[in-house]
Design a protein. Sequence first.
Length: 37
Amino acid sequence: MYHKFVSLKLIGVIFNQFYWQEVSNLLKKNPLCFQSG
Protein backbone atom coordinates (compact mmCIF):
# COMPACT_ATOMS: atom_id res chain seq x y z
CA MET A 1 0.00 0.00 0.00
CA TYR A 2 2.74 2.44 1.00
CA HIS A 3 4.93 1.64 -2.00
CA LYS A 4 1.95 2.08 -4.33
CA PHE A 5 1.32 5.56 -2.92
CA VAL A 6 4.98 6.55 -3.28
CA SER A 7 5.13 5.41 -6.91
CA LEU A 8 1.92 7.31 -7.69
CA LYS A 9 3.37 10.42 -6.09
CA LEU A 10 6.58 10.02 -8.10
CA ILE A 11 4.62 9.63 -11.34
CA GLY A 12 2.63 12.75 -10.45
CA VAL A 13 5.80 14.78 -9.89
CA ILE A 14 7.38 13.62 -13.15
CA PHE A 15 4.13 14.27 -15.03
CA ASN A 16 3.88 17.77 -13.54
CA GLN A 17 7.41 18.67 -14.62
CA PHE A 18 6.81 17.36 -18.14
CA TYR A 19 3.42 19.07 -18.36
CA TRP A 20 4.71 22.49 -17.31
CA GLN A 21 7.66 22.13 -19.68
CA GLU A 22 5.22 21.55 -22.56
CA VAL A 23 2.98 24.43 -21.45
CA SER A 24 5.90 26.87 -21.26
CA ASN A 25 7.08 25.72 -24.71
CA LEU A 26 3.60 26.38 -26.11
CA LEU A 27 3.51 29.79 -24.42
CA LYS A 28 6.81 30.71 -26.08
CA LYS A 29 5.56 29.58 -29.49
CA ASN A 30 2.20 31.37 -29.50
CA PRO A 31 1.47 33.54 -26.42
CA LEU A 32 -1.41 35.33 -28.19
CA CYS A 33 -3.58 32.21 -28.09
CA PHE A 34 -3.28 32.00 -24.31
CA GLN A 35 -3.77 35.73 -23.76
CA SER A 36 -6.99 35.86 -25.80
CA GLY A 37 -8.23 32.53 -24.45
